[in-house]
Design a protein around this ligand. Structure first.
Ligand code: ASP
Ligand code: MG
Length: 485
């Protein structure tokens, strides 16, 4: 391949209606003038939620869920297609293709209603319908603009394991398939438009990469194609020093490192799927977060090496989307296998553990999982520890959902003494009670657990204490001269 390859991903709001899809196609078309472009698209915003909700309703016995789903998906996509594709024959052809996809999803829902069951495997098939539709629409719009847009289902490109709802890519077969499918088109100056979010096992069974997984799709494809960069087009200006809904003077960061962006994503900053950077770190492919609503903004560049923050902390993030689980009782002390059994149980349900803390004096092990994992983790623990609780070696397994994790993130916190002190004395001054603390050995973050009512106050106070606001860092990220659309 002679020209550099850019993979660009458009999230749900960036393809949220006809106008947004047209802007996305124009950004891709303009960029393709001086490099090869691979487009990755999410479903139109709201569509994945609608699909998942319909599947759930159908499985719970609601026989009208399939019809309601088909109607709402048709209304939304027909309207967009009506605005985007002028030629009657081309429009009719596209509508037929989209209607077949919608009908297939509705049929799967009917199957769920009949069986009264929704397996993770079936849910993946249904949930990925939205991306299959937007890929076809976006490719068609590129053709309207005079470019060779071709839609691809990533089920034919990205090979994963079979963990439905959160599958992980297998890089070697993914590379082979992706290159074989996309390179000829790229060589011929075409623009592939690939579905985000979905993939398939080696046997061809459809999987998904987890909610918000289209970001991950983009970097998986970027790595497979040795792309020179990956652009995540979204609806915010980039990675911010804090969530602007909590901290109005939050600033867009020009650059962050892979490690910093990874920590921020892990601790609740919604800007990236937490796995997104994995595929590109080794080959050092830069990832940009940019705002498709304000393409004149430069966005945030994520790479290996970046300028350190003056006071060590670069950004503060927080999430209430977690639950604390504690296991306590005299049996915790000195029983060598208890931790292994606890975490064996959490692993068996693939719970995502955000933080762990053990206190031997209080006879307790507590850890924090994502809220979505709380119920199944609690059940797995109760099953695994049933005997111990029964024999009073353990007193309880408790779940507390009224907590929030706050994390201060910054690369050169490592080896800088006093940062933890400053973080916690700030909390002291604000009278915020800290329930548990964790600092990764990477020292890219200091994270702690507070009562959920104290979260916002904690974030605001840290943002201020580390001078992350507008005045201190010198205003918004600088705009770039050239406008992309
Ligand atoms: N459409 C999927 C979701 O809503 C994937 C994505 O948007 O990244 O989770
Ligand atoms: Mg997203």
């Amino acid at each position: 391949m002679s020209r550099p390859i850019q993979v660009m991903k458009f999230g749900g709001t960036s393809v949220g209606d006809a106008g947004r899809i047209r802007s996305a196609a124009k950004i891709a078309a303009d960029t393709s003038k001086d490099r090869a472009v691979v487009v990755v698209v999410s479903a139109m915003s709201g569509v994945t939620n609608t699909l998942i909700a319909a599947a759930g309703k159908a499985a719970a016995g609601d026989e009208s869920a399939a019809e309601a789903l088909a109607k709402s998906l048709q209304a939304k996509h027909h309207e967009a297609i009506g605005e985007l594709i002028a030629n009657i024959d081309r429009r009719r052809e596209l509508l037929a293709e989209i209607d077949a996809l919608i009908e297939r999803a509705a049929n799967h829902c009917r199957g769920c209603a009949l069986l009264g069951e929704l397996s993770p495997r079936a849910l993946d098939v249904i949930a990925g319908t939205g991306e299959r539709i937007t890929a076809r629409i976006t490719a068609a719009v590129l053709r309207e603009l005079g470019y060779r847009g071709v839609a691809f289902d990533a089920t034919d490109l990205i090979v994963t394991d079979d963990v439905h709802g959160g599958a992980r890519p297998l890089p070697v077969p993914t590379r082979t398939k992706t290159q074989a499918a996309l390179m000829p088109l790229l060589e011929a100056d075409g623009i592939p438009v690939v579905t985000g979010y979905i993939a398939a096992t080696a046997k061809g069974v459809p999987t998904t990469l987890g909610r918000g997984g289209s970001d991950y799709s983009a970097t998986i494809l970027g790595a497979a194609l040795d792309a020179s960069e990956v652009i995540i087009w979204t609806d915010v200006n980039g990675v911010l020093t804090a969530d602007p809904r909590m901290v109005p003077d939050a600033v867009t960061l020009d650059e962050v490192s892979y490690a910093e962006a990874g920590e921020l994503a892990f601790f609740g900053a919604k800007v990236l799927h937490p796995m997104t950077l994995r595929p590109v770190i080794e080959s050092a492919i830069p990832v940009w977060i940019r705002n498709s609503f304000q393409p004149q903004q430069a966005g945030t560049k994520i790479t290996h090496s970046v300028r350190p923050a003056p006071k060590g902390v670069k950004a503060v993030t927080a999430t209430r989307d977690v639950a604390m689980i504690s296991v306590a009782g005299p049996g915790i002390i000195g029983v060598p296998d208890i931790a292994a059994r606890i975490f064996g149980a959490t692993a068996s349900v693939r719970a995502n553990i955000v933080m762990i803390s053990q206190s031997s004096s209080q006879d307790s092990i507590c850890f924090v999982v994502q809220a979505a994992d709380a119920t199944r983790t609690e059940k797995a623990l109760r099953d695994a520890l049933y005997e111990d609780v029964h024999l009073h070696d353990l007193e309880h397994v408790k779940v507390n959902k009224n907590v929030a994790i706050v994390a201060a993130v910054g690369e050169n916190m490592a080896g800088t003494p006093g940062i933890a002190g400053a973080v916690f004395s700030t909390m002291g001054k604000e009278s915020i009670n800290i329930i548990a603390i964790a600092q990764g050995s990477s020292e890219y973050n200091i994270s702690f657990l507070v009562d959920s009512t104290g979260m916002e106050k904690a974030v605001k106070a840290l943002h201020q204490a580390f001078g992350l606001g507008k005045q201190e860092l010198g205003g918004e990220a600088r705009p770039v001269a050239q406008v992309t659309s």
